[in-house]
Ligand binder design. Structure first.
Ligand code: URA
Length: 269
Protein backbone atom coordinates (compact mmCIF):
# COMPACT_ATOMS: atom_id res chain seq x y z
CA UNK A 1 0.00 0.00 0.00
CA UNK A 2 1.29 3.46 -0.84
CA UNK A 3 1.72 6.03 1.95
CA UNK A 4 -0.79 8.92 1.79
CA UNK A 5 2.08 11.44 1.90
CA UNK A 6 3.50 9.93 -1.26
CA UNK A 7 0.13 10.21 -2.96
CA UNK A 8 0.27 13.93 -2.22
CA UNK A 9 3.80 14.19 -3.65
CA UNK A 10 2.76 12.39 -6.82
CA UNK A 11 -0.35 14.56 -7.21
CA UNK A 12 1.78 17.70 -6.78
CA UNK A 13 4.29 16.47 -9.39
CA UNK A 14 1.49 15.71 -11.82
CA UNK A 15 0.09 19.21 -11.33
CA UNK A 16 3.50 20.79 -12.02
CA UNK A 17 3.84 18.72 -15.17
CA UNK A 18 0.36 19.70 -16.40
CA UNK A 19 0.77 23.41 -15.69
CA UNK A 20 4.31 24.10 -16.87
CA UNK A 21 6.45 23.58 -19.91
CA UNK A 22 9.05 21.72 -17.87
CA UNK A 23 8.90 18.40 -16.13
CA UNK A 24 9.60 18.71 -12.42
CA UNK A 25 13.18 18.00 -11.36
CA UNK A 26 14.45 15.89 -8.49
CA UNK A 27 17.93 15.58 -7.11
CA UNK A 28 19.63 12.25 -6.60
CA UNK A 29 19.44 12.84 -2.82
CA UNK A 30 15.68 13.46 -2.90
CA UNK A 31 15.10 10.27 -4.86
CA UNK A 32 17.44 8.33 -2.59
CA UNK A 33 15.43 9.55 0.43
CA UNK A 34 12.23 8.27 -1.14
CA UNK A 35 14.03 5.07 -1.97
CA UNK A 36 15.10 4.64 1.64
CA UNK A 37 11.52 4.70 2.92
CA UNK A 38 10.34 1.11 3.06
CA UNK A 39 6.82 1.82 1.85
CA UNK A 40 8.05 4.11 -0.89
CA UNK A 41 9.62 1.28 -2.83
CA UNK A 42 6.77 0.76 -5.27
CA UNK A 43 5.99 4.43 -5.53
CA UNK A 44 9.52 5.46 -6.54
CA UNK A 45 8.87 3.87 -9.92
CA UNK A 46 5.87 6.16 -10.36
CA UNK A 47 7.76 9.22 -9.20
CA UNK A 48 10.75 8.51 -11.41
CA UNK A 49 8.36 8.38 -14.39
CA UNK A 50 7.16 11.87 -13.51
CA UNK A 51 10.38 13.71 -12.89
CA UNK A 52 13.30 14.76 -15.00
CA UNK A 53 16.36 13.55 -13.03
CA UNK A 54 18.89 16.27 -12.74
CA UNK A 55 21.71 14.00 -11.70
CA UNK A 56 20.21 10.52 -11.44
CA UNK A 57 20.37 8.39 -14.54
CA UNK A 58 17.80 5.64 -15.08
CA UNK A 59 20.42 2.97 -14.42
CA UNK A 60 21.55 4.62 -11.17
CA UNK A 61 17.95 4.70 -10.02
CA UNK A 62 17.44 1.08 -10.98
CA UNK A 63 20.63 0.14 -9.10
CA UNK A 64 19.44 1.98 -5.98
CA UNK A 65 16.03 0.28 -6.23
CA UNK A 66 17.67 -3.15 -6.52
CA UNK A 67 19.95 -2.44 -3.59
CA UNK A 68 17.01 -1.33 -1.44
CA UNK A 69 15.20 -4.56 -2.19
CA UNK A 70 18.30 -6.69 -1.57
CA UNK A 71 18.95 -4.93 1.74
CA UNK A 72 15.31 -5.35 2.76
CA UNK A 73 15.64 -9.11 2.22
CA UNK A 74 18.72 -9.28 4.47
CA UNK A 75 16.96 -7.09 7.05
CA UNK A 76 14.08 -9.54 7.12
CA UNK A 77 16.47 -12.41 7.95
CA UNK A 78 18.16 -10.28 10.61
CA UNK A 79 14.79 -9.49 12.24
CA UNK A 80 14.11 -13.22 12.55
CA UNK A 81 17.66 -14.13 13.65
CA UNK A 82 18.13 -16.03 16.90
CA UNK A 83 21.71 -17.28 16.38
CA UNK A 84 22.71 -15.55 19.64
CA UNK A 85 19.77 -16.79 21.72
CA UNK A 86 20.64 -14.52 24.66
CA UNK A 87 20.55 -11.41 22.44
CA UNK A 88 17.39 -12.47 20.61
CA UNK A 89 15.71 -12.66 24.05
CA UNK A 90 17.03 -9.37 25.41
CA UNK A 91 16.71 -7.07 22.37
CA UNK A 92 13.78 -4.69 21.88
CA UNK A 93 14.38 -4.97 18.14
CA UNK A 94 17.22 -5.55 15.71
CA UNK A 95 19.11 -2.52 14.39
CA UNK A 96 19.96 -3.17 10.76
CA UNK A 97 21.38 -0.01 9.19
CA UNK A 98 20.35 3.36 7.88
CA UNK A 99 21.03 5.64 4.95
CA UNK A 100 21.50 5.60 1.21
CA UNK A 101 21.67 2.08 -0.26
CA UNK A 102 23.69 3.58 -3.11
CA UNK A 103 26.14 5.40 -0.81
CA UNK A 104 29.78 5.94 -1.73
CA UNK A 105 30.66 6.10 1.94
CA UNK A 106 29.76 3.55 4.62
CA UNK A 107 30.44 3.82 8.36
CA UNK A 108 30.76 0.77 10.58
CA UNK A 109 30.30 0.91 14.34
CA UNK A 110 30.35 -1.84 16.93
CA UNK A 111 26.85 -2.51 18.23
CA UNK A 112 23.57 -0.79 19.12
CA UNK A 113 23.38 0.76 22.58
CA UNK A 114 20.26 1.35 24.67
CA UNK A 115 19.07 4.29 22.51
CA UNK A 116 19.56 2.40 19.25
CA UNK A 117 17.80 -0.68 20.68
CA UNK A 118 14.83 1.54 21.54
CA UNK A 119 14.71 3.43 18.24
CA UNK A 120 15.79 0.68 15.83
CA UNK A 121 18.39 2.92 14.17
CA UNK A 122 22.20 2.92 14.53
CA UNK A 123 24.02 5.88 16.05
CA UNK A 124 21.13 7.88 17.44
CA UNK A 125 22.43 8.30 21.03
CA UNK A 126 25.09 10.79 22.17
CA UNK A 127 27.88 9.17 20.14
CA UNK A 128 25.53 9.05 17.15
CA UNK A 129 24.72 12.73 17.47
CA UNK A 130 28.43 13.46 17.36
CA UNK A 131 28.79 11.25 14.28
CA UNK A 132 25.97 13.23 12.64
CA UNK A 133 27.86 16.48 13.43
CA UNK A 134 31.06 15.06 11.93
CA UNK A 135 29.12 14.12 8.79
CA UNK A 136 27.66 17.62 8.60
CA UNK A 137 31.16 19.11 8.83
CA UNK A 138 32.03 16.90 5.84
CA UNK A 139 28.94 18.29 4.02
CA UNK A 140 27.10 14.97 4.27
CA UNK A 141 23.68 14.24 5.72
CA UNK A 142 22.94 10.90 7.37
CA UNK A 143 20.78 10.14 4.33
CA UNK A 144 23.79 10.49 1.98
CA UNK A 145 25.92 7.79 3.61
CA UNK A 146 25.16 4.32 4.97
CA UNK A 147 25.64 3.55 8.67
CA UNK A 148 25.68 0.03 10.14
CA UNK A 149 27.17 -1.92 13.03
CA UNK A 150 29.00 -5.23 13.35
CA UNK A 151 26.25 -6.46 15.70
CA UNK A 152 22.58 -6.03 14.86
CA UNK A 153 21.44 -6.62 18.46
CA UNK A 154 22.25 -4.64 21.57
CA UNK A 155 24.69 -6.65 23.74
CA UNK A 156 22.62 -7.72 26.76
CA UNK A 157 23.26 -6.33 30.22
CA UNK A 158 22.69 -7.95 33.61
CA UNK A 159 19.22 -7.12 34.99
CA UNK A 160 19.13 -3.77 36.76
CA UNK A 161 22.47 -2.53 35.39
CA UNK A 162 22.90 0.55 33.21
CA UNK A 163 25.12 1.38 30.26
CA UNK A 164 26.31 -0.73 27.38
CA UNK A 165 28.90 -3.46 27.03
CA UNK A 166 31.13 -4.19 24.03
CA UNK A 167 30.21 -7.22 21.92
CA UNK A 168 32.19 -10.42 22.49
CA UNK A 169 34.38 -11.91 19.73
CA UNK A 170 31.91 -14.81 19.37
CA UNK A 171 28.92 -12.46 19.00
CA UNK A 172 30.80 -10.47 16.37
CA UNK A 173 31.85 -13.58 14.45
CA UNK A 174 28.25 -14.81 14.46
CA UNK A 175 26.80 -11.53 13.22
CA UNK A 176 29.54 -10.47 10.78
CA UNK A 177 28.06 -12.28 7.72
CA UNK A 178 25.08 -9.87 7.76
CA UNK A 179 27.43 -6.89 7.60
CA UNK A 180 29.35 -8.53 4.76
CA UNK A 181 26.12 -8.87 2.83
CA UNK A 182 25.35 -5.19 3.44
CA UNK A 183 28.80 -4.20 2.15
CA UNK A 184 28.48 -6.47 -0.89
CA UNK A 185 25.10 -4.96 -1.79
CA UNK A 186 26.00 -1.31 -1.18
CA UNK A 187 29.50 -1.57 -2.71
CA UNK A 188 30.71 1.70 -1.19
CA UNK A 189 33.83 3.38 -2.57
CA UNK A 190 35.12 3.93 0.96
CA UNK A 191 34.53 2.22 4.31
CA UNK A 192 35.16 3.86 7.69
CA UNK A 193 35.51 1.64 10.76
CA UNK A 194 34.83 3.44 14.04
CA UNK A 195 37.04 2.20 16.86
CA UNK A 196 39.09 -0.89 17.66
CA UNK A 197 36.08 -3.11 18.39
CA UNK A 198 34.57 -2.42 14.96
CA UNK A 199 37.96 -3.21 13.40
CA UNK A 200 38.14 -6.47 15.35
CA UNK A 201 34.64 -7.37 14.20
CA UNK A 202 35.44 -6.57 10.60
CA UNK A 203 39.00 -7.88 10.22
CA UNK A 204 39.10 -10.37 13.09
CA UNK A 205 42.31 -8.80 14.44
CA UNK A 206 42.79 -6.90 17.67
CA UNK A 207 45.31 -4.06 17.35
CA UNK A 208 45.62 -0.67 19.03
CA UNK A 209 44.04 2.40 17.47
CA UNK A 210 47.46 4.05 17.57
CA UNK A 211 48.67 1.40 15.11
CA UNK A 212 45.57 1.41 12.97
CA UNK A 213 44.09 4.86 12.55
CA UNK A 214 44.92 7.58 10.08
CA UNK A 215 46.02 5.42 7.17
CA UNK A 216 44.42 3.41 4.44
CA UNK A 217 43.71 -0.28 4.79
CA UNK A 218 41.62 -2.40 2.43
CA UNK A 219 38.71 -4.65 3.08
CA UNK A 220 37.69 -6.93 0.20
CA UNK A 221 39.42 -4.48 -2.16
CA UNK A 222 37.48 -1.50 -0.71
CA UNK A 223 39.62 1.31 0.79
CA UNK A 224 39.11 1.27 4.56
CA UNK A 225 39.85 4.20 6.88
CA UNK A 226 40.06 3.44 10.57
CA UNK A 227 39.39 6.23 13.06
CA UNK A 228 38.36 6.68 16.68
CA UNK A 229 34.82 5.87 17.73
CA UNK A 230 32.82 9.07 18.46
CA UNK A 231 32.27 7.74 22.02
CA UNK A 232 36.05 8.07 22.49
CA UNK A 233 35.81 11.76 21.54
CA UNK A 234 33.01 12.23 24.07
CA UNK A 235 35.26 10.76 26.78
CA UNK A 236 38.36 12.63 25.61
CA UNK A 237 37.48 16.16 24.52
CA UNK A 238 41.05 17.31 23.79
CA UNK A 239 41.19 19.30 20.51
CA UNK A 240 44.18 17.17 19.47
CA UNK A 241 41.99 14.03 19.45
CA UNK A 242 39.18 15.78 17.53
CA UNK A 243 41.77 16.92 15.02
CA UNK A 244 43.00 13.33 14.53
CA UNK A 245 39.49 12.17 13.63
CA UNK A 246 39.04 15.20 11.41
CA UNK A 247 42.32 14.50 9.58
CA UNK A 248 41.07 10.96 8.93
CA UNK A 249 37.82 12.40 7.54
CA UNK A 250 39.76 14.83 5.33
CA UNK A 251 41.54 11.80 3.85
CA UNK A 252 38.15 10.20 3.24
CA UNK A 253 36.86 13.35 1.52
CA UNK A 254 39.98 13.49 -0.64
CA UNK A 255 39.57 9.83 -1.60
CA UNK A 256 35.96 10.53 -2.57
CA UNK A 257 37.10 13.61 -4.51
CA UNK A 258 34.82 15.86 -2.46
CA UNK A 259 35.64 19.59 -2.48
CA UNK A 260 37.37 20.73 0.73
CA UNK A 261 37.23 24.39 1.77
CA UNK A 262 40.01 26.22 3.61
CA UNK A 263 37.69 26.41 6.63
CA UNK A 264 37.21 22.64 6.58
CA UNK A 265 40.99 22.09 6.32
CA UNK A 266 41.56 24.23 9.42
CA UNK A 267 39.04 22.72 11.83
CA UNK A 268 40.40 21.98 15.32
CA UNK A 269 43.81 23.53 14.62
N1 URA B 1 27.93 2.88 19.13
C1 URA B 1 28.05 2.06 18.08
O1 URA B 1 29.11 1.52 17.80
N2 URA B 1 26.97 1.87 17.33
C2 URA B 1 25.79 2.46 17.54
O2 URA B 1 24.85 2.24 16.79
C3 URA B 1 25.69 3.30 18.66
C4 URA B 1 26.78 3.51 19.44
Amino acid sequence: MREPALDLVIAALEKIREKSDHTPRASRTALARLQAADLARISVATISDLVDHESTSGSQLQAARNKTELLAAVDERVRACSKCAHLACSRTQTVFGVGNPNADLMFIGEAPGADEDQQGEPFVGRAGQLLTRILKAMNFGREDVYIANILKCRPDMPAGSFGNRPPTPTEMQTCRPYLLEQIQIIQPSVLVALGAVAVEGLLGTRRTMRELRGRWHTYNSIPLMITYHPAYLLRNQAPSEKRKVWEDMLQVMERLERPISERQRNYFL
